[in-house]
Ligand binder design. Structure first.
Ligand code: NAD
Length: 382
């Protein structure tokens, strides 16, 4: 059995799916590992380190694609790469099956088995495979660091002989994994932090980090969907959140916004008027940019200055911290692989709830019903 590790080809991607230190248990089971030259370099892993761990290094990317039985990736390989995969091969990674299902069509047609790290069920047994949480943790931290780097003010309160400097005021919207890490990071830097989330359960976590939770009366509607995620809200309920956000934005130096509803465009929570009410020099980091953004002025991937307010909309913050982002992601991948790698063989048991939940396609057909429906729609439109 051959496991292949590719150099990620998406623009700006610096992470790698497995690091040299992750190979030991695989090699011990007699699995061969082929690594594309340079695959780990941005993540601090040289070709020599992979070779020392027992992998074979090759500059021939196609040879890995055509011969590997299993390829863990960070992002979906492009269509030309997919076309080289062998039938029955397994690909595991952030495959974006709900927002870009059509990009998987070539691999599905070739009977490649696809597992999406986004679809790993959020149950306790799969916590160590929760790559969304790992990456959200990195993104939440980096968003605050980037905001602090751009803010023309200091974060902590300073009492000096030249006077007292008040602490920065940070407002975090969406107190899920990324939001909670943003709160913790901003608090460590000495900011005063407020946070808002539609899930009342987030309130306790926010307060335990020393931040103030802002409650909005949403009229008793259900705000939680499945798996601990938020439900999609009505326009009326969203409006109540928007009003609170506008009021809070006016006195915030930094806004970190992370609100998302899985499989849906990000809720538009921040109106133009809220940005206009912020002081010049304030910074807003829209972590929901990959899903369209939480701010109506967000342009995904573009940093704008709007009347002196900096609006950042990063598309891939974990790739800006590639060493630790890769370390966490690779551990998640390795834990997921433990469900597939059995005594040196790769076997897919869709009776396993975690594998079934994460499986996008197997033997030429979509397994996940939502993906099947989306693919049907995209084919009928195409
Ligand atoms: P996410 O990235 O989908 O959303 C981020 C946050 O945005 C969530 O807290 C959500 O409630 C919030 N949000 C959505 N719409 C909003 C709106 N209109 N206004 C304000 N906030 C809004 O979610 P996530 O961070 O990946 O996870 C959310 C929660 O899931 C966690 O806090 C946790 O409770 C749960 N979770 C469970 C597991 C597990 O069981 N293994 C793992 C990770 C997270």
């Amino acid at each position: 059995m051959l496991l292949g590790i590719l150099k990620e080809s998406s623009l700006g991607e610096t992470r790698v799916a497995l690091l040299p230190e992750n190979l030991k248990s695989l090699l011990a089971q007699g699995i061969a590992v082929a690594v594309e030259s340079g695959a780990g370099i941005s993540a601090g892993a040289s070709d020599a380190a992979y070779a020392e761990a027992g992998a074979t290094i090759t500059a021939d990317r196609s040879s890995i694609l055509t011969s590997a039985d299993l390829i863990p990736v960070v992002n979906t390989p492009g269509a030309a790469d997919q076309a080289l995969l062998k039938s029955g091969a397994i690909v595991i990674g952030f495959l974006r099956p709900l927002d870009a299902p059509a990009t998987l069509a070539t691999a599905i047609a070739l009977h490649v088995t696809l597992f999406s790290m986004e679809l790993v069920p959020r149950i306790s047994r799969a916590q160590s495979m929760d790559a969304l949480s790992s990456m959200a943790t990195v993104a939440g931290y980096k968003a605050v660091i980037d905001a602090a780097g751009s803010l023309p003010r200091l974060f902590p309160m300073l009492m000096t002989a030249a006077g007292t400097i008040p602490p920065a005021r940070v407002f975090v919207i969406g107190a899920g994994v990324a939001g909670l890490q943003a709160i913790a990071t901003a608090r460590r830097l000495g900011a005063v932090v407020e946070a808002y989330d539609v899930r009342a359960a987030a309130g306790e976590q926010v307060r335990s980090l020393g931040a103030k939770f802002l409650d909005v009366d949403l009229g008793g509607i259900a705000t939680e969907g499945g798996g601990g995620y938020a439900a999609e809200l009505t326009e009326e309920a969203l409006d109540r959140g928007r009003d609170l956000i506008s009021q809070t934005a006016a006195h915030s130096d930094v806004i970190i916004t992370t609100a998302q509803v899985p499989g849906r465009p990000a809720p538009r929570l921040i109106r133009r008027a809220a940005i206009e009410a912020m002081r010049p020099g304030s910074v807003l980091v829209d972590l929901a940019a990959p899903a369209g953004g939480n701010c109506e002025l967000t342009r995904p991937g573009v940093t704008q200055s709007l009347g002196g307010v900096i609006l950042m909309a990063p598309m891939n913050l974990p790739a800006e911290v590639p060493v630790h982002a890769s370390q966490l992601y690779a551990r998640n991948i390795l834990n997921f692989l433990s469900l597939i790698v059995k005594k040196g063989e790769f076997s897919v048991d869709l009776g396993d709830e975690v594998l079934a939940g994460a499986c996008v396609a197997h033997k030429g057909s979509p397994v996940n019903p939502r993906v099947a429906k989306l693919l049907e729609t995209s084919q009928s439109i195409g």
